[in-house]
Design a protein around this ligand. Structure first.
Ligand code: AMP
Length: 114
């Protein structure tokens, strides 16, 4: 796993910055978002420093897919309904340049309700 010493999420992966981990496997961690936008707002963070979606590859996507499914099953989110979101690029709202997946549940994201 290649990490970047200057990256916030790499520091969280290494435990240098505290976080509330709700799930972890060998390829990713899942933490509570510090500024939740829904009753459940988690971040799945691959344990490799890749800046964004377009820098990722199939292997990372498969690992992320597995981590997302495991998290959803472990927390029973399929029954509650959920949204998965990836922001790619500052113009789209990406603020942390380490690829991550938002997992949101408990709020209906419809037009005018963001
Ligand atoms: P994005 O805007 O898509 O890059 O998402 C970054 C997310 O990271 C935001 O939802 C922030 O609230 C969240 N965040 C930033 N710092 C922390 C932290 N120390 N612990 C947990 N979540 C964080």
């Amino acid at each position: 796993m290649a990490l970047d010493d200057n990256c916030l999420f790499c520091k969280i992966i290494k435990g240098e910055i505290p976080s509330e981990r709700v799930y972890e496997n060998e390829d990713c961690i899942v933490i509570k978002d510090i500024n939740p936008k829904a009753p459940v707002h988690l971040l799945l963070i691959p344990k490799t420093h890749v800046t964004d979606f377009m820098q990722s590859d199939e292997e990372l996507m498969i690992k992320s897919y597995k981590g997302l499914r495991e998290t959803i099953e472990k927390l029973g989110l399929y029954e509650k309904g959920f949204n998965i979101l990836n922001n790619c690029g500052e113009a789209a709202g990406q603020t942390v340049m380490h690829i991550h997946w938002h997992i949101l549940s408990g709020k209906k994201f419809t037009e005018g309700n963001h």
